[in-house]
Design a protein around this ligand. Sequence first.
Ligand code: PRP
Ligand code: URA
Length: 209
Amino acid sequence: MSKVVTIDHPLIQHKLTLIRDKDTGSKDFRDLVKEVSLLMGYEITRDLPLQEIEIETPVGPTKAKVISGKKLGIIPILRAGLGMVDGFLQLIPAAKVGHVGLYRDPETLEPVEYYCKLPSDVEERDLIVLDPMLATGGSANAAIQFLKNRGATNIKLVCLIAAPEGIEAIQKKHQDVDIYVAAIDERLNEHAYIVPGLGDAGDRLFGTK
Ligand code: PRP
Ligand code: URA
């Protein structure tokens, strides 16, 4: 069974409260999502492997550590996942970014694919899937399945807020995918929105309605 990690760093929790607040406008919402993503990225990359290399400082030769292992890929689920990309890229500028376009049909609640563009070597990379909201889990489950169909074997899912229903859905279908969240909320409402959640992440990020 995969692990579910709630990253409860005080800065993340403080900023998440501001993100949830209905009076937070799009600009602040975007800035805060980026900041929380960066802070979550810092925690999530804690286990990246290191190797020693030889360098010369101005004072003399030394051995020093650099990140080794497989290259990373960042996969935002469009649209709302885009809001998390810059925070991750600030930490891992060499990562390649693949986009999976999915929206949730408001009637059926099923994910509908409309775009997919991935790095050509996606199967060789460790992937981090980004989406602020894990509600029913339908969108993230479908995105993860696209990546697996293209050969990806090491995938992490990072969300700001998850509903218990969404976590259960991912764990049922993708036992190998660890899930990192800033909060696990109470439940879904009758429209499959997370309660208390933050509303519609895509609309709040991009000022649409
Ligand atoms: C939202 C959110 C997730 C999905 C979560 O996207 O960003 O992708 O819903 O719901 P689920 O877990 O029940 O699938 P939405 O479909 O609203 O599209 P958008 O990002 O373009 O606004
Ligand atoms: N998508 C959102 O943007 N918010 C929710 O609460 C659920 C799905």
